[in-house]
Design a protein around this ligand. Structure first.
Ligand code: NAD
Length: 368
């Protein structure tokens, strides 16, 4: 299996394979770019059918983190980790301790966090073996209370700000009162988002494969429940995918009536050419890695010790970034995805100059 000639290699700085005989850990850590700071990205556990599949996933995800952090103006590089194994049956304390040791062996070049198949519990086990873990502790909530390290509320807040920016740009409305939103997936992020939208006066339609999640949104937020396949064709203003990736495909685009797509799910477009299809249909697409950056911003502030007020203000910047993307895409006749990629690279380059001019005070805390 080749790395340097891999189609997704894209000049990764480091790719590390780890195996632990005692626990059976099989993992790959990829560091794509550390120009702006240590590479931070989640640790995914997935039942990959082959090592090749795991390598492809980690390379693509880690490159995506470089773009996401640069666009969100964070002093972070891009990295990711994958554990090859079944997240339902293959977890053990020893496995995550061994993973903690592997992360630690990189001396802080990579900082791990929760992702699909891992959560706060696994982060806490890894934190016994390394300090390069984010999302393992208690945090102050936006309302002044306490919450665990789960960044979902921050992700939802960023998506909410992104929806406001999209509604302003596409519909010329500065408030969300009466705006109709269809949410696909009311799990951790989707439910928080639904509550924020409801508080802002939006009307909600929701679907989920878990009936209990649908019922929670119906009973607590007055949302209307719809069947899974009906969520695309609703006559709404915003479609917010907050479940799975690759749900924007030719079939769903055909059914979609919403003039705006803005949600938390990662990798929403089944293939990158669909950005142009959406542009031609005058459907405003908020690039996923731009709108769902609230979580990584949260994790960054946890590590560097910023206040809740600073964190909120930084997440609110997602709205400004999206407005810039939308306006530039319109001016240049380009897709929002192409503009987001260009802006991420521009911010990576300009960020590189402030990093080389002197380490920002915030990044000194990375070694905690
Ligand atoms: P989650 O698992 O808590 O919620 C996802 C919800 O979608 C679940 O309730 C699930 O039952 C539902 N779902 C799954 N398949 C579905 C389908 N076909 N139709 C309808 N509903 C379906 O996950 P989450 O943490 O809320 O994340 C949601 C999305 O946002 C994911 O794509 C994730 O990668 C992305 N994301 C999350 C964060 C975060 O902070 N949690 C950050 C960035 C991106």
């Amino acid at each position: 299996m080749s790395v340097f000639t891999h189609v997704d290699f894209d000049q990764h700085e480091q790719v590390v394979y780890g195996y632990d005989r005692a626990s059976g850990l099989k993992a790959i850590i990829a560091i794509h770019d550390s120009t702006l700071g240590p590479a931070l990205g989640g640790c995914r556990m997935w039942n990959y059918t082959s090592d090749e599949e795991a390598l492809r996933d980690v390379l693509r995800l880690s490159r995506g983190m470089t773009y996401k952090s640069a666009l969100a103006r964070l002093p972070l590089g891009g990295g990711k980790a994958v554990i090859i194994g079944d997240p339902h049956t293959g977890k053990s304390e020893a496995l995550f301790q061994a993973m903690g040791d592997l992360v630690d062996s990189l001396g802080g070049r990579y900082i791990t966090a929760a992702d699909s198949g891992t959560g706060v519990n696994e982060m806490r086990i890894m934190a016994e073996r390394t300090r390069y873990v984010a999302g393992a502790g208690q945090r102050e909530a936006f309302d002044g209370g306490s919450r665990d390290g789960d960044p979902s509320p921050s992700t939802a807040y960023g998506v909410f700000m992104g929806i406001r920016a999209a509604v302003q740009h596409r519909l010329g409305r500065s408030d969300l009162d009466g705006i109709r939103v269809a949410i696909q997936g009311v799990g951790q992020v989707g439910f928080h988002l639904a509550r924020l939208l409801r508080e802002a006066g939006a009307r909600l339609w929701v679907t989920d494969i878990l009936e209990a999640n649908v019922q929670r949104a119906v009973s607590q937020l007055g949302a209307t429940a719809v069947a899974q396949h009906d969520i695309y064709g609703l006559d709404v203003d915003v479609f917010a995918p907050c479940a799975l990736g690759a749900i924007i495909n030719l079939q769903s685009i055909e059914a979609l009536r919403a003039p705006i797509i803005a949600g938390a799910a990662n990798n929403q477009l089944a293939d990158s050419s669909l950005a142009e299809t959406l542009r031609r249909r005058d459907c405003l697409y908020a690039p996923d890695y731009a709108i769902n950056a609230g979580g990584i911003i949260d994790v960054c502030y946890e590590r560097t010790g910023g206040s809740v007020a600073e964190l909120k203000a930084h997440i609110e910047g997602i709205g400004q970034t999206l407005t810039e993307i939308f306006q530039r895409a319109e001016r240049e006749g380009a897709t929002t995805c192409a503009v987001a990629d260009s802006m991420a690279l521009e911010r990576l380059r300009s960020g590189a100059s402030w990093v080389s001019a002197g380490t920002p005070a915030r990044t000194q805390n990375w070694q905690r």
